[in-house]
Write a protein that binds this ligand. Structure first.
Ligand code: NAD
Length: 508
């Protein structure tokens, strides 16, 4: 919802040229606290003109930042990392307030975000080029990696700190100027990160936060001084950003939604599988791109035993305010999101799914207006149902029963999404077949959520990712740099110059 009215709620700013800068467009988006359902701030929605002005400021800062030595740049990152650690409690509180996730969960995402700063601190190692001596005619050949210029990151609501850090830390370290356009639903933590960058000594203009909606994104997509875009969000917008951005000659990595399965083989340790499913499926109110959506027990006996154990545990899960230390997860992000999840549940019941645990009207010790949904489990879901085909971003999880591992693999491979998947089994051959044949980017074996650590590449397949680049991991250094190959010759004495018309070869 967007409002243009003046009221007592705090108006947030952008962060441009090292300063908190008020918006000029007079358009604002309401920022809610999902735990109370109240508007806690107004997020400025930048106009095309404001975005383009910010790009000019960033471009000027880039011209200086790219000349700063790698060692000096890394010093800034070291200080930034230390500040993130020092400010973890404050950041976690901010994340909880505006996203609804519990403080414990918020702290977990900060730790994972810091992993990507750790990797960026290693940028000097990742920027080393190749060098060959005397490739022919006393010529030495080497490759160098240089920053691109101004680059942009457009982030989603569900990880207000981890995803922006994963998208941008390496971009800064390798010498770019970065423009972050955070989700307008969670702008506070991005602004706070800006303060930390400034305190760490990052020169003004190298880091910009532009708050906004479609107008800001469309301007980023068109501005010729922006050379690369890293996007994380839902699949339709990821596809749009990828196609428009590449049409305008930009490098784009666009990460979209997921529908992540957990296969439970007949030989799996069921208690371990149930425990893993609970956290991976319902943590963060299931609002993670890597959340497990569907349990896929293999064989009727496995399904009966797994569901019997699972339903008792799901029924005990507790939803609550982000400050409630006894809550397993918090509210969903908006009322609209809550309504959408309820619609999926109700339609699937009409289509024949069996409502095994009903979380539609949870008991919550929190303000009534909060966007709360309890843990819901639907059994006997079939692949033709909408609740199976779509990404459902809320705590309604499903059981899809299959007869064989081949059937499970075929179903998962024919699904639109390919972000994460996992198998629970005691069988090496089954696990090997699964990891070889599955068409999914991040694969687990007896691991609940197979999110790679910061120094490995992150990214899905199929319509979970558009473009070849990855997030986290060493691939980010490649994505945010251009490479050149230099052939260099310094002859000792002047030679008789003779023009060669034959194609140059190394046989000289
Ligand atoms: P979203 O697509 O609604 O928004 C993401 C960003 O796009 C925001 O900054 C938003 O302002 C912008 N945006 C929204 N609509 C737009 C439009 N019409 N034109 C241009 N820009 C637009 O996503 P969300 O609801 O904030 O986040 C949840 C989604 O993100 C889920 O689908 C989740 O799976 C996905 N996600 C994916 C990953 C991953 O790594 N693959 C990680 C986190 C979240």
């Amino acid at each position: 919802m967007t409002t243009t009215t003046q009221n007592a709620v705090k108006k947030l700013t952008h962060f441009i040229g090292g300063e908190m800068t008020p918006g000029k467009s007079e358009r604002f988006g309401d920022v809610y606290s999902p735990s109370t359902g109240e508007v806690i701030a107004l997020c400025p929605l930048a106009s095309t003109e404001e975005v383009n002005e910010a790009v000019e400021v960033a471009h000027a800062a880039f011209e200086k930042w790219k000349r700063i030595s790698l060692g000096k740049r890394v010093e800034v990152l070291h200080r930034f990392r230390a500040l993130l650690v020092e400010e973890t409690n404050r950041l976690a509180e901010m994340i909880g307030l505006e996203s609804g996730k519990t403080v414990a969960d918020a702290k977990g995402e900060i730790v994972r975000g810091i992993e990507s700063v750790d990797l960026a601190i290693n940028a000097p190692h990742l920027l080393k080029g190749e060098y060959s001596v005397n490739v022919g005619g006393d010529i030495n050949s080497f490759s160098i990696k240089q920053p691109l210029g101004v680059v942009a990151a457009i982030s989603p609501f569900n990880f207000p700190v981890m995803v922006p850090l994963a998208m941008t830390s390496m971009a800064v370290a390798v010498g770019n100027a970065v423009i972050l356009k955070p989700s307008e639903k969670v702008p506070n933590s991005a602004l706070y990160i800006s303060e930390l960058w400034k305190k760490a000594g990052l020169p003004d203009g190298v880091w910009t936060v532009i708050n906004g909606d479609k107008e800001a994104v469309d301007t980023i997509l068109k501005n010729p001084k922006i050379h690369a875009i890293s996007f994380v969000g839902s699949t339709p917008i990821a596809e749009y950003v990828y196609s428009e951005g590449t049409k305008n000659n930009k490098r784009v990595a666009a990460f979209g939604g997921g529908k992540n399965h957990m296969i439970i083989m007949p030989d799996a340790d069921l208690d371990q599988a149930v425990t893993a499913f609970l956290g991976a499926a319902y943590g963060s109110a299931s609002q993670r791109c890597m959340a497990i959506s569907a349990a896929m027990p293999v064989g009727e006996k496995t399904a009966e035993a797994f569901v019997a154990k699972l339903k008792a545990r799901v029924a005990q899960l507790k939803v609550g305010a982000y400050t409630d230390e006894s809550a397993d997860f918090g509210a969903v992000i908006t009322q609209q999101s809550k309504d959408s999840v309820l619609k999926y549940i109700n339609e699937s019941i009409e289509e024949g799914a069996v409502l095994t645990v009903d979380g539609r009207n949870p008991e919550v010790n929190a303000p009534e207006k909060g966007f709360y949904l309890g843990a819901t489990l639907l059994d006997h879901v079939t692949p033709d149902m909408k609740i199976y085909r779509d990404e459902v971003f809320g705590p309604a999880r499903i059981v899809v029963r299959v007869s064989t591992l081949d059937e499970a693999i075929n179903l998962i491979n024919s699904h639109e999404f390919g972000n994460g998947v996992t198998i629970y089994t005691e069988s090496g051959p089954a696990a090997r077949k699964f990891t070889q044949e599955i068409e999914v980017g991040m694969v687990g074996v007896n691991v609940p959520i197979p999110i790679p650590v910061g120094y490995h590449n992150f990214g899905g397949l199929k319509r979970s990712k558009f473009g070849e680049a990855h997030m986290f991991g060493p691939d980010t250094a490649r994505f945010f740099t251009k490479s050149k190959t230099v052939s260099e010759r310094w002859p000792e004495a002047k030679e008789d110059s003779k023009t060669e018309f034959a194609f140059p070869s190394s046989n000289q």
